[in-house]
Design a protein around this ligand. Structure first.
Ligand code: PLP
Length: 427
């Protein structure tokens, strides 16, 4: 296991060479802290085992769409996987070349497709027959040729949380095996589309690589069938989904995944691409929060912190558990777990029960919610009249604010009260 960039130095938790407490002092809590070094390291670790294959890596921007994060990964060599015209705009602004961008998503609109075609991206992953018709129509209207891959729904159980399983029958994603023939015939008959290959994404946070193996074998079978009909399959896009260990989990080594990809797909002669999100950014960030109150009840101690489910929704949304560390070095001495909760008026605003915290936590102490890089700041909201919290990038001993705090006063500037609702004040 590689050493984490988040480690205690002189009794204080640091991001790379910078104490988190110093950033908290400067910008207040809560905030996300992202490590540039960890992003670079994660990219290298993902890319290395596929260096001998004709493989490209397209960072799934949805995991964390911050421009600086995209820029760092782009500088490492990553392309992007986007799911909307907005993410496409971000990927381009972050410095990703259009020819390294793939466009996923089940509900691409006319505007999404037009933006993709006008930018000249590598490929659009089509997920249904109506979408194929729309892609052809928009490409025709713009006088463009659309490079299209078909997303196969291989009907496998990803063995992950139901809300992030995307590769079995009954979910909205991809084209089932039974409809593939029809989709392909439609694509080949579409004058403004060019068939590039096949794509799939069976789910996120897979802890076990067997569902991937099954899905990739189905993909290889379809390639065989198409080739038997004389059709060339240039590219295979294998999606994302590789999990990371949260809160002390142990997962199979990434090398096992890479070996399986080589074994199942390595000799097909297709260009392979991957769309990792979590694996590139998940452990690169932490959410730093301050204890507001310690509330003792007769059966439980609640550590009420200033970060809530609006800042990090994964625990409320997926029952996810994140490790929580004290920013001042742990004195582990708890005999009963404490419940770390946010201030939002929802019972689901809880980061779970934890043992690994100092026994004398008090208001004002800082905590770090770990592995908060993926589907964290990207999903933050302003629910409960709360500011959108900042993101800080650390590189060595340097740091910079890469998303500033958006105060409620500024948010209210996005809204307006219609003139006809303004009731004149009584004189
Ligand atoms: N590709 C597609 C089509 C997705 O929907 C997702 C996530 O939902 C990803 C890639 C990235 O998945 P992960 O972050 O698990 O690697």
């Amino acid at each position: 296991m590689t050493k984490s960039v988040y480690a205690y130095r002189n009794g204080v938790l640091c991001a790379e060479a910078l104490p988190l407490a110093e950033i908290a002092e400067e910008i207040d809590t809560p905030f996300y802290c992202v490590s540039a070094k960890q992003l670079q390291r994660n990219y290298r670790l993902f890319a290395k085992p596929f260096a001998d294959l004709n493989a490209t890596i397209h960072y799934a921007v949805k995991a964390n769409a911050n421009l600086a994060v995209i820029r760092i990964l782009a500088e490492c060599g990553a392309g992007a996987d986007v799911t909307s015209a907005g993410e496409l705009e971000r990927a381009l602004a972050g410095g990703v070349a259009p020819q390294k961008i793939v466009f996923s998503g089940v509900g691409k609109t006319r505007d999404d497709i037009a933006a993709a075609l006008l930018a000249g991206i590598l490929q659009i992953n089509a997920e249904s027959l109506p979408e194929l018709r729309l892609i052809n129509h928009v490409a025709g209207a713009l006088g463009k040729e659309a490079p299209v891959s078909l997303r196969l729904n291989p009907d496998v159980d990803a063995k992950t949380h139901a809300k992030i399983s995307t590769g079995h029958k009954g979910v909205k994603f991809g084209i089932g095996l039974e409809q593939m023939g029809e989709a392909l015939a439609l694509l080949l008959a579409s004058p403004h589309c060019v068939f590039k290959g096949l794509t799939m994404h069976v789910g996120s946070m897979l802890k076990d690589y067997e569902p991937f193996r099954l899905a990739y074998q189905r993909l290889a079978d379809v390639v065989g069938l198409l080739r038997a009909q004389g059709l060339e399959v240039e590219r295979l896009d294998l999606g994302g989904g590789v999990g990371i260990p949260y809160d002390g989990q142990t997962l199979a080594p990434f090398a096992d995944y890479a070996a399986m990809v080589h074994e199942v797909l390595g000799s097909l002669g297709c260009a392979l691409s991957f769309e990792p999100g979590r694996k590139l950014v998940g452990d690169a960030a932490v959410l730093v929060t301050r204890v507001v109150h310690v509330k003792e009840t007769d059966n439980k101690t609640f550590i009420i912190v200033d970060a809530g489910m609006n800042d990090l929704v994964r625990p409320a949304l997926y029952g996810a558990r994140h490790e929580i560390l004290s920013v001042r070095q742990n004195i582990i001495g708890l005999t009963a777990p404490v419940s770390v909760v946010g201030p939002v008026c929802e019972t689901s605003d809880s980061f779970g029960d934890h043992f690994m915290l100092p026994d004398q936590l008090k208001a004002g102490d800082l905590l770090a919610i770990m592995q908060a890089g993926a589907y964290a700041s990207a999903m933050a909201s302003t629910y409960n009249g709360r500011p959108l919290i900042p993101e800080v990038l650390v590189s060595g001993a340097r740091h910079a604010i890469i998303r500033r705090r958006i105060a409620v006063a500024e948010q209210m500037g996005w809204e307006s009260i219609p003139d006809w609702m303004v009731i004149p004040r009584a004189a």
